[in-house]
Design a protein around this ligand. Structure first.
Ligand code: NAP
Length: 291
């Protein structure tokens, strides 16, 4: 049976350490780190994510400068808000909660965020740094995956890692991070003709697709490390709704060496790395090292 990589426990431990760090830095610097989460409209899933992020900020001592806008907010209005936050010395991190209503251009908005306040690591400047293997703000979910691998003592160098999914939010950055850690990285996506032939090579399999239980035990190499990024809400025949990942957890845990559950695996680490990025930006301002 696979060892379960417990993201909830690691997130709790890291957030407890952050609380101490923030307390000490706050005493030195005289202000708390600040994060502004911009949300537009009333998508219930986004509202829950934003609430979660703001609660986590409060727990570790980060001030929230959250701004919620009606679905009718204009591009110009939001760009002005981002400009004001860029100039606000109490704000260290800015994030635009995605998805946005159709009339808004998310990429253009993200490009307005000052790169040193880009808490989600999605600005082209920070993505460029990642591509070059340079230190910088990194996308939260992939950075959280790397923390999970590190804390579970999973060797990466020399291993074959397969990443399924090539989004700019998850798949591409995680592939870059694994490459930087000296894995041999293979990427698969919706146009990969024989997914199983690829996944069976993986010592480390990262699945970020958004298809409930796409990966079954026959697609996994025995003793592989399986990281399930997917979050899918499904409804069973009795009308009960639940969250599942992209991996068939029950069958795959019988064959893998390590596996992340959904919920309680990658999800809690995403929020944790957002807090990490905010503290990192804050420390950069004061010339303090924070890893
Ligand atoms: P996305 O932008 O929709 O990208 C999905 C990727 O999966 C695409 O690259 C797509 O290929 C690929 N794909 C789709 N169907 C496939 C198939 N049958 N076989 C192989 N590849 C396939 O999604 P995302 O933003 O990366 O998110 C992926 C999942 O992670 C979602 O369930 C999302 O909710 C979850 N997520 C979780 C967290 C967390 O904190 N745990 C954070 C972010 C996202 P093409 O490029 O060819 O279309």
């Amino acid at each position: 049976m696979a060892e379960i990589i417990d993201g909830k426990a690691l997130a709790k431990q890291m957030q407890a350490e952050m609380t101490e760090t923030v307390k000490a830095l706050q005493a030195q610097v005289g202000r708390s780190p600040g994060l502004a989460v911009l949300m537009v409209g009333d998508n219930p899933a986004s509202a829950a994510y934003v609430r979660n992020k703001e609660l986590a900020c409060t727990r570790v001592g980060i001030r929230s400068f959250g701004k919620h806008f009606p679905a009718t907010a204009t591009q110009a209005e939001l760009e002005q808000v981002i400009k004001d936050l860029n100039a606000d010395s109490n704000v260290d991190g800015i994030l635009v909660q995605l998805p946005l209503p159709d009339h808004l251009d998310a990429i253009a908005l993200i490009n307005q965020i000052a790169p040193h306040k880009d808490a989600d690591g999605l600005h082209p400047y920070n993505l460029g740094k990642l591509l070059r293997g340079e230190e910088g703000l990194q996308s939260c979910t992939p950075a959280g995956v790397m923390q999970l691998l590190k804390h579970a003592d999973i060797p990466i160098a020399g291993k074959t890692a397969v990443v399924i999914g090539r989004s700019i939010l998850v798949g591409k950055p995680i592939a870059m991070m694994l490459l930087e850690a000296n894995a041999t990285v293979i990427m698969a996506h919706s146009r990969t003709p024989d997914l199983k032939a690829i996944t069976l090579n993986a010592d480390i399999l990262v699945v970020a697709v958004g298809r409930p239980q796409l990966i079954t035990a026959d697609m996994v190499k025995p003793r592989a490390v399986v990281i399930d990024v997917g979050i899918n809400r499904i409804t069973d025949y009795e009308g009960q709704s639940s969250l599942v990942g992209d991996v068939n957890f029950d069958s795959v845990k019988a064959i893998a060496s390590h596996i992340t559950p959904v919920p309680g695996g990658v999800g809690p680490m995403t929020v944790t790395m957002l807090l990490h990025n905010t503290i990192w930006s804050y420390c950069q301002q004061y010339g303090t090292k924070y890893n």
